[in-house]
Design a protein around this ligand. Structure first.
Ligand code: NAP
Length: 316
């Protein structure tokens, strides 16, 4: 099968497609024929780390690709939920930049109804991170004001939609006029270009000074989150929550994955460069051997968001 192989040439990263052995699945795994894999900052950091630490030609190579969508082509003997032909997306422990990837059966969930198979590759990691940070760690509730910084990217654009769906008031910051318009189109109520305006002052004005003082007055704590450091079991639980709480909203077309631009597997290096340049609105997506049909222009017109409220999951 074909997979991306990483190497170094002088100071430059070389990402090239090579022929490698097909992965063998364990009893609790499925083999996915990958339709699409998403490019994440964690992939770029893995490469940067490799560049810093590499000692010799035999140093282990970074295993890129942390999420994917595709069809199940093999099922391990202990797997009960899935069968060959099922379309799924999920979180993979590296190795998603390939035609085939072996994944634990608990780390995949069905494609949300109505979403193209390849677009679903943009969802698992971002959705898990959003669920983990907003709903698990910070117990976000209906009517709360949430400020999302640099919100026009892959995670932010999905977070705006999910938080609106759960009845929150979403404020955002972003660095260009185009990104501000994009976030507004997704339902953000207060949009602040942080390069032109002091976001702290503006949020203070918009909330009539309610938000920051209350942190001290009410002994509120601040939590930080990064779902990538969680165990596979914790990720499986998060995926379960995402399937239960976010997938129905996607099926109702109230939340949409946003693919800014598609790349072929062979163009993985271009996808990384595009990520570093930060021009994307929504998520960047690396697509395997599928010609790009997505325009690289403003994708907001493809987004159907219904701003009516859903029941927040942690309302007491
Ligand atoms: N499971 C996890 O824990 C998980 C999963 C996915 C992502 N993440 C993290 O979430 C964050 C956002 O990810 P994303 O996929 O949404 O990223 P993204 O789409 O590339 O970027 C989000 C925003 O960050 C700003 N930005 C981009 N490149 C930058 C750079 N080189 N220096 C400074 N700012 C830059 C840009 O905003 P402006 O132009 O408005 O400044 C951009 O719109 C990252 O830190 C990522 O590692 C974590």
């Amino acid at each position: 099968m074909k997979a991306i192989h990483c190497d170094l040439l002088g100071d430059a990263d070389v990402l090239q497609v090579i022929e490698v052995e097909k992965p063998k699945i364990r009893d609790d795994e499925v083999l996915i024929e990958v339709a699409a894999t998403s490019v994440n900052w964690a992939d770029l950091w893995k490469l940067a780390d490799f560049r810093r630490k590499v000692r010799s030609a035999t140093s282990p190579k970074p295993n890129l690709g942390l999420e994917c969508s595709g069809r199940i082509v093999e099922v391990g003997s202990q797997v009960t939920r899935w069968k060959i032909g099922d379309e799924v997306c999920g979180i993979v422990p590296g190795g998603g930049y390939a035609e085939l990837v072996a994944v634990c059966d608990k780390l995949v969930i069905p494609i949300p109804m109505g979403i193209p198979l390849r677009d679903a590759a943009t969802l698992p990691l971002s959705a898990c991170l959003i669920w983990h940070c907003f709903f698990r760690l910070n117990r976000v509730r209906q009517d709360q004001i949430i400020l999302i910084h640099r919100a026009a990217g892959g995670v932010g654009s999905l977070a705006i939609q999910i938080l609106k769906y759960y009845g929150c008031h979403v404020y955002i910051t972003a660095g260009t006029r185009e990104k501000i318009a994009f976030c507004k189109g997704l339902g953000a109520e207060v949009c602040i270009n942080y390069r032109k305006e002091n976001f702290y002052k503006r949020v203070f004005e918009e909330t009539k000074g309610k938000d920051f003082g209350v942190i001290a007055a009410k002994n509120i704590s601040i939590a930080g989150g990064n779902s990538l450091s969680l165990s596979p079991a914790a990720h499986a639980t998060l995926l379960n929550d995402v399937e239960k709480n976010i997938w129905p909203a996607i099926a109702q077309q109230r939340i949409r994955p946003i693919v800014y631009k598609s790349f072929k597997l062979i163009e993985a290096a271009d996808a990384h460069t595009a990520m570093q340049k930060s021009i994307n609105l929504g998520k960047k997506n690396g697509i395997l051997d599928v010609p790009s049909t997505q325009s690289s222009s403003h994708p907001v017109s493809h987004v159907a968001v219904n701003h009516s409220r859903a029941q927040a999951p942690y309302l007491s």
